[in-house]
Design a protein around this ligand. Sequence first.
Ligand code: AMP
Ligand code: MN
Ligand code: MN
Ligand code: MN
Length: 285
Amino acid sequence: MFSGGPQDNFDLHNHSTRSDGLLTPTQLIELAARTGTHAVALTDHDTIDGVAEAAEAARAAGIELIPGVEISVSWGETTLHVVGLRVDPASPVLTAGLNGIRDGRFGRGEKIAQALAKLGFADTLEGALEQCKGRRDQLSRAHFARCLVERGHVRDTQHAFDKYLAKGKPAYVPHRWAGLQEAVGWIRAAGGIAVLAHPGRYNLQPMMREEMLKQFGSFGGEAIEVVTGSHRPEEYALWQREALDHGFLASRGADYHGPGESPCEPGRLPALHASLTPVWTKWAH
Ligand code: AMP
Ligand code: MN
Ligand code: MN
Ligand code: MN
């Protein structure tokens, strides 16, 4: 069906309702099939719950499902995201690690709601919980953002982050996630490949950026995202150079969250530049 070359349509970063996406795993896979994606990864935040449903939908749609996860990591004061691809969903090490991180989400949510209350927005904990269907361990800033939109406090979720929820804004609550070495270790223990998600999103100065990439590689990280819906197209060249300089494989993924919230549907981003080695050459032939 495909050769595993750079031009094949692999989309290796997408979310569903099992974390902060708007489509169910089945709806996501059906969308990816419609856009002509050959292989699609489900990479929900800190959970592999949706993989079984996605695998079933992928079988029905005739496309390949890559079991994945996007792990929240604290690196100093910076939150990083590390994607694990081709992880074994039955891995006890990975499952225990992810359960531990998700445990902290509700407590952080309570603090976010308190901060929003001080800004004049009452009862957002209830609203955000409604947005995530009461799954406390999945409570995300994205659910608070949707609550603020639904109540007419902001015009869209991007504004909710820009005004209140992003780092440095008044309802931002710092949180301790997994360690970088720990997260990469869980992914590798589950037989997966660790990919640094959207490296352009972390606001690191060049020296810290180099240090972060060096550490990620030394812990066993193998790839970085270059073409992602979370990079602006003008950022692709920088991360292409970083991948080549550090000897990382390159990944491509929409970071799709749902209609109206993501600039790019799964399978619709530009291809990786021919100078890069796609991460999927590790397994697709
Ligand atoms: P959390 O893991 O609860 O901190 O939520 C992180 C999620 O919120 C990310 O995966 C994105 O979906 C969304 N997000 C984070 N920062 C922003 C931002 N500046 N603008 C839009 N969405 C964001
Ligand atoms: Mn998200
Ligand atoms: Mn992310
Ligand atoms: Mn993501």
